[in-house]
Design a protein around this ligand. Structure first.
Ligand code: BGC
Length: 391
């Protein structure tokens, strides 16, 4: 096949999130949840991959592979360990990280909230409490004023739809509730938190593009499931897509599809290939979700793939998955959809929330007994695509 080029300036990156890689993030709700007997967590995060200390070598490795951006998250509980008490040391840590990204030619893409909240926030009803939106915006203002001259882009909240659903309705994330009313309340507070965070970051760091990152699924109706799809999608995606009006970009994060019949989600087709997460290997989902995001936002919000990837022990399968997903991105670009970049989840094998360390999404493996980093073939394969801006 002839090489196919991506538009000039297309951003190629990888991503991580603080709690999944740093280690020792004991002052947040997830650490507490990992140690709660009724939680479904299979193991605690512990030292994770010690990225908190090993970030300089990690950044060099990623830049050396050819990536032009690095998306990581700020750990709110380190920066504001108690209400109103800000840690200069933690802010300095993130300043150094951003500055080193710049020196290495990687754009620092900063996420302000990636699933975890400080224990003091959780103790005051977390994201079901409207006051959390204000507190979050105050934290964003402080962090953005420290990092504004270095950040390339700011993501306010990572997948608020997932946190609201699994935390307040599905029981798998803290606080482990099972109430649809509380889930809707959390959706509402997250949307308010996003809007206030956009204002706060724009004021503190003028000129830095700001957006939300949303988990999307390729919902496909089967046997007359159309109405049911609409019902599922409204609180999961549409309310958030509508809340991105006027934003500088929307981060689209996609992993798979879901088949939905008139009574709800149905089984995958017989013989379907599944990943270590238990869901279907379905890289075509990215294209479908990019098209839908573009349609629902009326083509007014540029798109950035801020996460796409696969948890697999077979690295050849990762290359197959990403190749197919990138074909979908090219098809969107050919149709005039404004997709500005592709970020692979994740740079490293890491702590996959309630599933623990078993699902391996990384381009780089980590031997957690020595913390040695071992790049997989997919790391140089995708790094070359990034460096050449073409497949
Ligand atoms: C999250 C990541 C997670 C990944 C793979 C996304 O929902 O943002 O934190 O590790 O999916 O499951």
């Amino acid at each position: 096949m002839p090489a196919q080029a991506f538009p000039e300036g297309f951003i190629w990156g990888t991503a991580t999130a603080a709690h999944q890689v740093d280690g020792g993030t004991w002052n947040n709700d997830w650490w507490a949840w990992e140690h709660t007997p009724r939680s479904p967590c299979v193991e605690p995060s512990g030292d994770a991959i010690d990225h908190w200390n090993r970030w300089p070598a990690d950044l060099e490795l990623l830049a050396g592979l050819g990536f032009g951006s690095y998306r990581f998250s700020l750990e709110w509980s380190r920066i504001e360990p108690e209400e109103g008490e800000f840690s200069k040391a933690a802010l300095d840590h993130y300043r150094a990280l951003c500055a080193r990204c710049r020196e290495l030619g990687m754009q620092p893409v900063v996420t302000f909230h990636h699933f975890t909240s400080p224990r003091w926030v959780a103790a005051q009803d977390g994201w079901a409490n409207p006051v959390t939106a204000e507190r979050f915006a105050r934290f964003c203002a402080r962090a953005a004023s420290e990092l504004g001259d270095l950040m390339a882009a700011a993501c306010t909240i990572n997948e608020p739809n997932v946190v609201a659903f699994y935390g307040y309705r599905g029981g798998a994330f803290p606080p482990g509730e099972r109430s649809s009313e509380r889930r809707h309340q959390a959706n509402h507070v997250f949307i308010e938190g996003h809007r206030r965070a956009v204002e706060a970051i724009c004021a503190a760091a003028p000129g830095v593009p700001v957006g939300l990152t949303l988990s999307m699924t390729d919902y496909q109706a089967v046997d007359g499931g159309e109405e049911r799809v609409e019902k599922l999608r409204e609180p999961m995606e549409d309310v958030f897509l509508h809340a991105t009006e006027g934003d500088d970009f929307l981060g689209v994060q996609v992993y798979t599809r879901m088949l939905v019949g008139p009574d709800g989600p149905t089984a995958y087709p017989p013989g379907a290939r599944t990943t270590l997460m238990g869901y279907e290997f379905y890289p075509q989902a990215l294209e479908a979700c990019l098209r839908r995001a573009w349609q629902v936002t009326a083509g007014e919000v540029p798109l950035l793939v801020t996460e796409n990837g696969i948890g697999t022990a077979d690295d050849a399968e990762r290359i197959e998955y990403v190749s197919a997903a990138l074909d979908g991105v090219l098809a969107c670009l050919a149709d005039g959809i404004d997709v500005r970049g592709y970020t692979y989840w994740s740079a490293f094998d890491n702590f996959e929330w309630a599933f623990g360390y078993r699902p391996t999404f990384g381009l780089i493996a980590v031997d957690r007994s020595t913390q040695e980093r071992i790049p997989k073939p997919s790391a140089s394969w995708l790094g070359q695509i990034a460096a050449g801006n073409s497949v």
